[in-house]
Design a protein around this ligand. Structure first.
Ligand SMILES: *Cc1c(COP(=O)(O)O)cnc(C)c1O
Length: 469
């Protein structure tokens, strides 16, 4: 018998594992099928590893103990939520990988109510007949932006796809070579446009596209698409046609203009000291694009959604488009978005919305909070670590403000680099997990994105991570 056969002979049998008291206990009171699949999967993976032929030959008892531990661990994870709460110490306010914006409590309460109770989502209580899903929410979006009408869909990618699909109807879509963008891992503009069946006509160059470039390429019935440069900047020898100029050109030449505004600001962020870069949606709408699209969960501070703003006739046609059904949002999303838009309607200044509140925090306040956090952590730190409060930059994130940053304060830990990295890894394994930022100087926690009521949890997580040293 060769070495490989010998290894494989030591694999535990499925039936033996299913008969083990630990697995029996797991299956008791639950559906046995998924437990059996879990056992099967575990053994399959073990077999794959054995086939790679690495490591010493191990006995059946050792492999069985390994398999049981894997199964117990997996089962524990499966019987809890598939996500974990994270304390965001990265300093990226709208962090796409950490779920983008957090909802205000009111919005979460509204979502919970429609999730667990019946509502008139698609029912007209006056007439007792079928109503239009989302119309109340869409009216609020229209009033806040000055658009004649609005339509809510699943996300901005869907909004853009639907707008281009309907307006271009397979015809030409003009797009500046400087705006063929990729946002995040899966939003690649030219690929999405290809799926609308349109004919992409790239105009201008990467760094310079003038109004004349569009003018030359325009044909009747064409669509011009302008895309906000959300997550990058072009500097140096550059030129870009303005939205209002493009709108005038399109009107004159019988073409349609779609503007992907990206983030979707309903608040003047320059009043918070943020650099220019994100115009308000009302400005974009006033500039005269036929349709403006944006996300609901970036600077708007709501939930995942796409909002299409524009003229009543066009939005009406979009509402009746057969593909709208595929992009429609569910009632929980509508209730949350409704609540957030209501907050904007109800506020003269800044509405009470977490994403905005994080960006509005003053440096003095952040300094105070960083000092308090450092003082709470310091007694538990290893002797060879040094903690300090330093000035840093937090970024807006979420593809907003082209990577612009705002001043912030960091709790910075310095020490042996390997220890810092190990501690960061352990922090990520806590529940709630803590995610910070490793840089040249050390391990940093940006207090702009950590809520005051999370400090206690950060201290607990650090104590555990350090304690395991
Ligand atoms: C973020 C972004 C998108 C994608 O929005 P989703 O709501 O995530 O689909 C599209 N275009 C621009 C310009 C963006 O910034």
């Amino acid at each position: 018998m060769n070495d490989l056969q010998q290894r494989l002979r030591q694999l535990p049998q499925i039936s033996a594992l299913l008969d083990d008291p630990a697995v029996r206990e797991l299956a008791a009171g639950r559906r046995r099928e998924w437990v059996t699949r879990l056992v099967q999967e575990t053994i399959d993976r073990m077999r794959d590893r054995l086939l790679e032929g690495k490591g010493p030959v191990r006995s059946r008892a050792e492999l069985t103990a390994d398999a049981l531990e894997t199964i117990r661990g997996e089962a524990r994870r499966l019987l809890g939520p598939a996500w974990r709460r994270v304390i965001n110490g990265t300093g990226v306010v709208v962090h796409t990988n950490l779920g983008r914006s957090n909802l205000p409590d009111d919005a979460a309460d509204a979502a919970r109510t429609v999730a667990t109770r019946t509502s008139d989502l698609e029912y007209d209580l006056e007439t007792g007949t079928r109503g239009h899903r989302g119309r109340g929410v869409e009216r609020k979006a229209a009033l806040l932006t000055g658009a004649q009408d609005a339509l809510v869909v699943n996300n901005n990618a869907a909004a853009l796809w639907l707008a281009v699909r309907m307006l271009a109807a397979g015809g030409p879509v003009l797009l500046s070579r400087g705006e063929v963008v990729a946002i995040g891992g899966s939003f690649r503009l030219h690929e999405i446009l290809a799926e609308t069946g349109c004919r992409l006509v790239e105009v201008g160059t990467t760094n310079r596209t003038s109004l004349a470039d569009y003018e030359r390429a325009l044909e009747p019935g064409a669509v011009v698409l302008k895309v906000h440069r959300s997550n990058f900047t072009v500097e140096g020898f550059t030129e870009e046609a303005g939205l209002a100029d493009l709108a005038a050109l399109c009107r004159e030449r019988g073409a349609r203009l779609v503007y992907d505004a990206g983030s979707g600001a309903l608040f003047p962020f320059d009043s918070l000291g943020l650099p220019p870069g994100e115009t308000e949606l009302s400005t974009d709408v006033a500039a005269g694009a036929d349709l403006v699209t944006c996300s609901g969960d970036k600077l708007l501070g709501g939930c995942q959604a796409g909002i299409i703003l524009g003229a009543a006739d066009l939005v009406g046609q979009l509402r009746n488009h057969p593909m709208r059904r595929a992009f429609r949002v569910d009632k929980i999303t509508l209730a949350a978005l409704d609540s957030v838009l209501t907050a904007y309607l109800g506020a003269k200044g800044m509405p009470d919305i977490p994403t905005l509140a994080l960006l509005a925090q003053s440096e003095d306040l952040l300094q105070e909070r960083a000092e308090a956090l450092l003082a709470a952590l310091a007694p538990h730190a290893p002797g060879d670590w040094r903690g300090s409060v330093t000035a840093g930059r937090a970024s807006v994130g979420g593809g907003s403000f082209s990577n612009a940053s705002v001043p912030s304060r960091l709790v910075l830990w310095q020490g042996p680099h390997r220890d810092l990295e190990r501690c960061h890894a352990r922090l990520r394994r806590q529940d709630p997990a803590v995610v910070g930022r490793m840089n040249q100087e050390g391990l940093a926690l940006d207090v702009r994105t950590i809520l005051p009521d999370e400090h206690e949890l950060v201290v607990t997580a650090f104590r555990r991570a350090w304690g395991a040293k």
